[in-house]
Design a protein around this ligand. Structure first.
Ligand SMILES: *Cc1c(COP(=O)(O)O)cnc(C)c1O
Length: 768
């Protein structure tokens, strides 16, 4: 916690010294930069203290390829306890705090997995837990999504051009990472993670790769300009983008190098910290736990073994030390996301790592009768499970699937390793920051500070008056969102409409297509006069599609086509509006979530590991329209099943029909379903390359790699329609009852704070 007046004084001094201006004369970027610098000065002592305390006692490191932090400036001011006062001070000086919203979101992540990592750091710092985050500092991150015509186009996300105000380069902690045919320098950039209402400041350490030999003067002199910078580019390419295209071996090698640099630089750093505290190497597992966030950082295991053996530890002992140090989190049941690297590629990365992996494979076969390398490819997930003391899934149902479907052989051998840690989200960003109006309302009823301890919410009585107040807050947030949509997306969404929102990465298993087909179905019924009692409803869908994922991109085309058709049809646009929200990211989420009435969580049962978007929406008073999947189950159990709209086949039912499922029969039998599916090809939507047609084929005929409709869109179509109509009608007929359901969700959301999750990691896994 810092003093706002002192922070403001420094801010003024910095503006004057650097730009000769007063706050009211500063551009947004000047103001953002000076505020960040002033905050770093004011919190400098606290950060230094936390940093030097980190390795004194047992501590944990969280390695992740992604940290989706979201915009930092307002959250940092909130956590430092000065947001309100800074607002007042800036207003008094004639500057406007809302211009701080021009700070770019750091492009350091992709979706839920990266956002979870960011929530965890926030919670750990707020609870004074010694946790350090390790990641990579991507120059361009993922991509910025543009809509060209009806389709997604990708542009580089140049977030670093002016807004890297929160990282501190620590040249003195740079390390060398040996690759097969060259060596790169990894330089850490540290970002502070301010705890809420505490002096603890955590650290997110992001590695940037650089060349040891920036520039070849002789080549340059010899007019070979491109060759002169070859080394520089080759090194810097490694942290240029998040998830480089991996269609060919060149791209795959680049990804592998990224993962190795992250793993190696981090393990070198942790060993150095340990040795600096004057302890013997062999004590490392007593002082350090390393959490591997999915398989991307799993090379940290052979790398630790390499570093230990280099320092004289025997291979076997190093293996035991590694197994006592690492813990692994699995995030997905999608087989394509469980990384397997060919040993040939590993050979191109590093001979030493290749040799260690082969020895580990032999050891696993000898000890457990299970292989790590199959058909010449090493399975990173199997390696992680074999060499970790803890393996966890991220929601109750998912952790069961981890045991029974993903790693049944390992589970038989080491049942004690397997555990569940249901995800959570930080209420600092996802309540206090994005919804101060609801926060104030709850705070007026709560016993204690719910932003420090979200558990306070369970003590609030859900009465009719509070439900009414929630409805008013909702309306206000819808007005704000509506204005933002008009400004940024150019669409009109009246705030009197029900807001039905699905925001997440576009993926077949998340079934945005089910949502879109359902919208078409409702549209046609309204148009034909068959659905006279539909209350005005706006369908908002947002999310990025992976650049190489044709079907996900086709879904975006279909949603945009629906939007164009429906929003321009004056016979229905008083009842239905559709909006594809461009460039979904944290900052967009912060606008969308508080305004949602219905939270679309419609993944095929058994496919969404947990979901965290569902938790953010619940916390902000949206009712879940969802399947019995991931954390939806725990959300429904916490708030009461009668307070959600649950639909669709459950996992047991899908298992039972898997072999006999015949979507074509459903299509032929059900005219309504046929009308919706046929709209992909027959509604006159532009489809030059046949991507919409291919979506239809995927549902009815399948493809070489899957059976027809492998995510059961057609199967759940009818029950989805029924559940959605039931929700919309309840809102229309009895808004007070709907709002009471929403309120019960808010008040039950305490257990979905990432503070609860982190407390469990600390106690049950890290022992810190
Ligand atoms: C929370 C969040 C996600 C994860 O959403 P799910 O619905 O759980 O997939 C993805 N992206 C952003 C920007 C988020 O804030």
């Amino acid at each position: 916690m810092v003093n706002a007046k002192l922070l403001y004084r420094d801010l003024c001094r910095i503006l004057k010294a650097r730009h000769f201006v007063l706050p009211k004369e500063a551009t947004p970027h000047m103001l953002i930069e000076a505020t960040a610098q002033a905050a770093l000065i004011q919190a400098g002592d606290a950060w230094a203290k936390s940093h030097s305390a980190y390795a004194k006692h047992r501590h944990a490191a969280y390695i992740s390829a992604e940290f989706l932090t979201g915009r930092l400036i307002l959250n940092n001011l909130l956590n430092l306890g000065v947001l309100e006062e800074m607002k007042t001070l800036l207003a008094a000086s004639g500057a406007d705090i809302t211009c701080l919203e021009e700070e770019a979101d750091p492009a350091l992540g992709n979706g839920g997995l990266g956002r979870l990592a960011a929530c965890f750091l926030d919670s750990a710092a707020s609870m004074d837990a010694p946790l350090m985050g390790y990641g990579l500092k991507y120059r361009y991150g993922l991509f910025r999504q543009k809509i060209q015509g009806l389709d997604q186009a990708e542009e580089p996300d140049e977030w670093l051009t002016s807004d890297d105000n929160w990282s501190v380069r620590r040249e003195e902690d740079a390390v060398l990472v040996p690759l097969k045919d060259f060596c790169v320098k990894a330089v850490p950039y540290d970002m502070p993670v301010f705890g809420y209402k505490t002096d603890t400041v955590g650290t997110l350490r992001l590695w940037q790769t650089e060349s040891l030999h920036e520039f070849d003067f002789a080549l340059f002199n010899d007019y070979k300009y491109d060759e002169a910078s070859l080394n520089k580019n080759r090194a810097e390419d490694i942290t240029r983008v998040l998830y480089p295209n991996d269609w060919d071996d060149k791209g795959r090698l680049l990804r592998l190098r990224q993962e190795y640099v992250l793993s190696s630089a981090t393990m070198q750093d942790l060993i150095r910290l340990h040795e600096k505290s004057g302890r013997s190497l062999r004590q490392l597992p007593h002082f350090l736990a390393v959490q591997l966030n999915d398989t991307h950082p799993v090379l940290a295991i052979p790398e630790l073994i390499r570093l230990l053996t280099q320092k004289g530890v025997s291979f076997d002992y190093a293996c035991r030390m590694a197994q006592e140090t690492f813990a692994f989190t699995n995030h997905t049941v999608m087989p394509e996301a469980l990384e397997k690297w060919s040993m040939q590629l590993i050979g191109m990365l590093s001979d030493e790592i290749s040799a260690i992996l082969k020895r580990l494979d032999k050891r696993a076969k000898r000890q457990c009768g299970l292989a790590l390398i199959k058909d010449g490819r090493v399975s990173m997930a199997d390696l992680a499970v074999y060499m970790s003391f803890s393996v966890n899934g991220v929601a109750r149902i998912h952790s069961e699937l981890v045991k029974t479907r993903l790693f049944p052989d390992w589970y038989k051998l080491f049942p004690e390793r397997f555990n569940n840690k249901t995800n959570g989200v930080t209420q600092r960003r996802w309540l206090a920051l994005c919804n101060p109006e609801l926060t104030a309302l709850l705070q007026s009823k709560a016993d204690g500070d719910c932003i420090k301890d979200l558990g306070c919410l369970s003590g609030i009585k859900p009465d009719a008056q509070l439900a009414k107040a929630l409805l008013q807050v909702k309306r206000l947030k819808k007005q704000q969102l509506s204005a933002w949509l008009k400004l940024t997306q150019g669409v009109d969404i009246p705030d009197s409409f029900i807001f039905d929102i699905q925001i997440k990465r576009i993926h077949e298993y998340k079934r945005q297509l089910l949502n879109a087909l359902g919208i078409y179905d409702l549209y046609m019924d309204v148009k034909d006069g068959k659905l006279k009692d539909l209350p005005p409803v706006a369908f908002l869908i947002g999310g990025k599609a992976a650049p190489g994922y044709a079907r996900a991109k086709a879904v975006i085309r279909y949603v945009n086509s629906l939007a164009q058709l429906i929003n321009n049809d004056t016979s229905v646009n008083g009842k239905i509006r559709v909006c594809f929200v461009n460039n979904y990211c944290c900052s967009a989420a912060e606008k969308l979530i508080p305004a949602a009435d219905l939270s679309e969580q419609i993944s095929t049962a058994g496919t969404e590991a947990s979901g965290t978007g569902n938790m953010k929406l619940m916390m902000n008073g949206a009712v879940t329209l969802g399947t019995w999947d991931g954390a939806n189950i725990e959300i429904a159990q916490a708030a009461g099943e009668e307070n959600e709209f649950i639909f669709g086949a459950r996992i047991e039912e899908l298992d039972a029909i898997a072999d006999s499922y015949d979507p074509m029969a459903l299509y032929e039998k059900d005219a309504r379903l046929r009308r919706a599916v046929d709209s992909l090809t027959d509604a006159g939507f532009p489809d030059e390359d046949g991507a919409l047609k291919e979506l239809k084929t995927s549902l009815l005929e399948g493809a070489s790699w899957h059976k027809p409709d492998h995510y059961y869109v057609l199967k759940d179509f009818e029950s989805y329609r029924d559940a959605r109509l039931q929700a919309l009608r309840l809102y229309r007929n009895d808004p007070a009852a709907f709002s009471m359901m929403a309120l019960k969700n808010v008040l039950a959301s305490g257990i979905f704070s990432s503070d609860r999750t982190i407390a469990q990691y600390c106690e049950e896994i890290w022992k810190i």
